[in-house]
Design a binder for this molecule. Structure first.
Ligand code: BEZ
Ligand code: FE
Length: 290
């Protein structure tokens, strides 16, 4: 049967029928679902022509903000909770495995591999922190030769790549490999909360929504080991003022670590530290490849 002409009532189905000869079934399915949902949203919202133009101008400005260094559409997806939703759908884990969260834009693929225990803070700025734990499988067995790629913001809330010429290159990043006991340990500085890049259309949208742009203090990890799913995750400071309102919804209960301030001189000496420091102990559990 010939599909009918466009009407307000049949709008979505008329458009979907027009895509009947799509080259890919997946594209056809995705476009049908999007068409149905977008038409339903427009019918519910009933935007004025001016409001619709404002929406299109927002998308235009978002595209214009994108460059080799800036992905404003990912930020849009982040603040809408869509990045975390896609992450959740693609990283369903068996019980007991550590949970994933967003990668974020500040990972560098070529961070230096360092000896276990190294200090990733290259400018001696910030409150010292010792981070340690084990990389385990879901049966609690240590994973040897696991690769731990870690990166963090400094105590002012900036990554090295945001402060070229101010922070040394590769400050607060490093790659470590576990030995047979699956243990890891390294030194850094206590991270601080920071705003996601908010000088573009997404920042304006957050402000218009009465939302702040901050992410609570965290350390980023990518954990890789042969035979296991790669885990992209963070650990968070549970006492951070923004722990309940992460701008990108990245916090999960299981990712809350403990940042214990150690001031006892005997413990400081026993841990080989020079003065008071934050001790962060956190084990990660990797899921075996299906
Ligand atoms: C980050 O944690 O590095 C990050 C994540 C999402 C958006 C911006 C920054
Ligand atoms: Fe981050």
């Amino acid at each position: 049967m010939e599909p009918g002409y466009f009407t307000e009532t049949d709008s979505a189905e008329v458009v979907i029928a027009r895509n009947a000869d799509a080259k890919s079934q997946r594209l056809q399915q995705v476009m049908a679902v999007l068409t149905r949902h977008i038409h339903a949203a427009v019918k519910e919202i009933e935007p004025t022509t001016e409001e619709w133009m404002t929406a299109l101008q927002f998308l235009t400005a978002t595209g214009q903000m994108c460059s080799d260094w800036r992905q404003e559409y990912i930020l849009f997806s982040d603040i809408m909770g869509v990045s975390m939703l896609v992450d959740a759908i693609n990283n369903r884990k068996p019980s007991g495995a550590s949970e994933s969260t967003v990668l974020g834009p500040f990972h560098l693929a070529d961070a230096p591999e360092l000896p276990m225990g190294a200090n990733i803070c290259l400018d001696a700025k910030g409150e010292p922190m010792l981070v340690r734990g084990r990389i385990l499988d879901t049966a609690g067995k240590p994973i040897a030769h696991a690769k731990i790629d870690v990166w963090q913001a400094n105590d002012e809330g900036f990554y090295d790549v945001q402060q070229k010429g101010i922070q040394p290159d590769f400050n607060l990043r490093g790659v470590f490999r576990t030995g047979a006991d699956g243990r890891y340990w390294f030194k850094g500085v206590k991270p601080k909360f920071y705003p996601i890049p908010d000088d573009g259309p997404v920042g304006k949208l957050l402000a218009a929504l009465g939302r702040h742009p901050f992410r609570p203090a965290h350390l980023h990890y990518i954990l890789e080991a042969q035979g296991f799913d790669t885990l992209v995750t963070h650990i968070f400071d549970p006492d951070d003022p923004y722990i309940h309102s992460d701008a990108v919804f990245g916090v999960k209960h299981s990712l809350l670590a403990k940042f214990d301030l150690i001031t006892d001189p005997a413990r400081i000496k026993a841990e080989g530290m020079d003065g008071p420091f934050h001790l962060v102990e956190h084990d990660f559990v990797l899921a075996a490849k299906a």
